[in-house]
Design a protein around this ligand. Structure first.
Ligand code: BG6
Length: 608
């Protein structure tokens, strides 16, 4: 996913932009560039490859003079990664430089129209069409020009723009793609996310869809999509830049695994008042809880897996039918939903295009929507009817860890709240689950203090070509996330299966040495799981159990065991997740993989 940074102030822009881009590297990219204005002189430096290449090409910023500029990291969608396809794109007349994140779906039509009018193009990208369209429509007033340009664009965009006619000024606009404005002292910023500007300011404004921001060193003015000046309320981002740094860990992913006790505490604790659960401003009361006929939980990747854990928890404890859907499937499935369906949208970034589209569709069909999101003021957070933030802090590693476990914890809170409102649990069982949820952070803390066993098995199995994850009930849900974590960062083929399904096909793949991780935390299903484990072993498969100390007898039937603390069966996926995150991490470390930035993956996919 692309990254944008823009600056206008009194300091040299080039080094600020390059440093800002470095903080966006985690988003995944294949090229980068900056454009800086010095009076009417526009200098652009851009290159395929890492930002270190850009730094070198710009001679550390020394060769690029000026105090206003834009920068970009590109994750190619249209046009191969190359110098010329990198951003910023400059208009044919050399007066406008643009950076863009998103996809312009009607770029081909616009491009041929502009070429027919004599405007030449230099790149194969969709983004360049924005720079050329600005040139074509520019009437001396950038605000009206930008509005006209946006009216012609179909697709998604976050755009930064500078112009030789307007030196010192930086423009920004967006639709379906994140862009924040950072408010400094006699300097102002635009950025795809806070991390790029957090070193310079903690005060931000989220730009809304269709809105335009005009930034000078001393002022920022906002305009609605119809050109009316509007006031926006700044908010403070209390993440300090060190949170977005690795904090001494070898990888962001390990740092974020170790941040889970705090992330879970910050997500759960503020919502528990005595024996009551207070879900911020979410409109859940006895009346509307009893009107819920079904719940749809929608997400992508790990967010979807959190939703499946939520499904098991809510169906068991609230006795409501829960349907968990992949966002990319939901949006084209002509979903059966209406005002009697509660839709829970899950997204760490709050910007995933498929998930945002699912949210919009559910709303359009009359369903009340609750978003469980980590990034404040993200698109999904702002468009859902209600939002329950996971306070996990910035998650930089592409493979989510604390984002996932806090999503699960948030779903537990929602489920328990609904169970309370519908009286589907005895007071004692309600109290037991609430205490169990409150205990999760310190149980995770205990797990993190002793990872020797996990490291041992990770080292032992790191060179295997294929690993199976099996489980029953909520252990099956947890196994899905375990398999994805291993795939994502170690590139080992891993598959999760409902343990009862093994005999219906998969077991044909089990042979001597095949590794199977068997999640066996559910007491009620323990002996069923044992028979599945024995079935694997009887075919000479190697089985590593994941179970609590209470089920430690399973170790008599397996080749090893990863122990999780004793906890309520309904809550074990959080603890299993920590074990399987660490297992994946140490396997990937053993294999020398690029753990924070796995190949082909992006932290959040803001294009369909
Ligand atoms: C994928 C990420 O691109 O998107 C996954 O690699 C993530 O880690 C998924 O779970 C959904 O992202 P989000 O931000 O909507 O939770």
């Amino acid at each position: 996913m692309c990254g944008i940074i823009g600056y206008t102030g009194g300091r040299p822009a080039a080094t600020l932009l390059i440093d800002g881009l470095k903080r966006l590297e985690y988003r995944g990219y294949d090229s980068s560039g900056i454009a800086v204005l010095d009076g009417e002189k526009l200098t652009t430096v851009k290159t395929v490859g890492k930002i270190a290449e850009l730094d070198k090409k710009a001679n550390g910023g020394k060769d690029v003079i000026g105090t206003v500029g834009i920068g970009h990291t590109r994750w190619a969608t249209h046009g191969v990664p190359s110098d010329i396809n990198s951003h910023p794109h400059v208009s044919a007349n050399g007066r406008f430089a643009v950076v863009h994140n998103g996809i312009i779906e009607n770029y081909a039509e616009l491009k041929s129209e502009l070429i027919a009018k004599g405007i030449p193009f230099a790149s194969d990208t969709d983004s360049e069409v924005i720079a050329q369209l600005v040139q074509y429509l520019y009437d001396g007033d950038m605000l009206t020009t930008l509005r006209e340009v946006c009216a012609r664009l179909v697709g998604s965009y976050a755009v930064g723009l500078i112009s030789t006619d307007d030196c010192g000024t930086l423009y920004a606009t967006r639709k379906d793609n994140p862009l924040v404005v950072g408010l400094g002292r006699n300097e102002n910023f635009i950025a795809s996310d806070f991390a790029a500007a957090l070193e310079h300011t903690h005060d931000f404004v989220q730009l809304g869809d269709g809105e335009i921001a005009r930034l000078t060193p001393s002022s920022v003015t906002f305009y609605s999509s119809n050109g009316v000046r509007i006031e926006k309320t700044p908010f403070r981002v209390d993440w300090d830049i060190s949170q977005a740094e690795k904090g001494g860990y070898p990888h962001f992913m390990l740092k974020e695994i170790y941040e889970q006790p705090k992330a879970l505490t910050d997500t759960v604790r503020p919502r528990v008042k005595g024996s009551s659960i207070v879900l911020d401003k979410i409109a859940l009361d006895t009346r509307n809880a009893n009107l819920i006929e079904k719940i749809d939980i929608i997400g992508c990747g790990s967010a979807y897996h959190a939703g499946i854990v939520g499904k098991y928890f809510i169906e068991k404890n609230c006795r409501i039918r829960v349907n968990c859907e992949l966002a990319s499937e939901y949006i084209y499935s002509n979903p059966i939903t209406d005002s009697r369906t509660l839709t829970i949208i899950i997204s760490q970034s709050g910007e995933t295009a498929d998930t945002l589209a699912a949210l919009r569709l559910a709303k359009k069909l009359g369903s009340h929507t609750i978003a469980i999101v980590n990034v404040v003021e993200s698109a999904i957070a702002r468009e859902a009817d209600d939002v329950l933030y996971t306070h996990a802090g910035p998650e930089i590693a592409v493979a989510t860890t604390k984002g996932y476990t806090t999503q699960v914890a948030a779903l537990y809170l929602v489920g328990l709240k609904i169970a309370k409102l519908k009286h589907t649990l005895s007071d004692a069982r309600y109290a037991e689950l609430l205490d169990g949820i409150l205990a999760l952070p310190q149980q995770v803390r205990a797990q993190l203090d002793d990872v020797a066993g996990i490291k041992k098995y990770a080292k032992r199995f790191a060179q295997h070509k294929c690993v199976f994850f099996i489980g029953r009930g909520t252990d099956y849900a947890a196994s899905l996330e375990g398999a994805l974590k291993l795939k994502e960062i170690s590139y080992i083929h891993a598959e999760a299966y409902a343990a009862g399904e093994l005999k219906h096909g998969t077991i044909s793949l089990i042979e001597e040495g095949t590794v199977t991780l068997a999640l066996a935390t559910q007491r009620a299903l323990f002996y069923k799981m044992l028979s599945n484990i024995k079935a694997v072993q009887s075919r000479k498969g190697t089985v590593l159990a994941v179970a609590s100390a209470a089920n430690s007898e399973v170790s008599e039937f397996t080749d090893g065991m990863l122990v999780i603390p004793d906890c309520d069966d309904d809550l074990s996926p959080v603890l299993s997740a920590v074990v399987l995150q660490l297992f994946a991490y140490y396997v990937a470390a053993e294999r020398g993989c690029d753990i924070d930035k796995p190949r082909n993956l992006a932290k959040s996919v803001t294009v369909e």
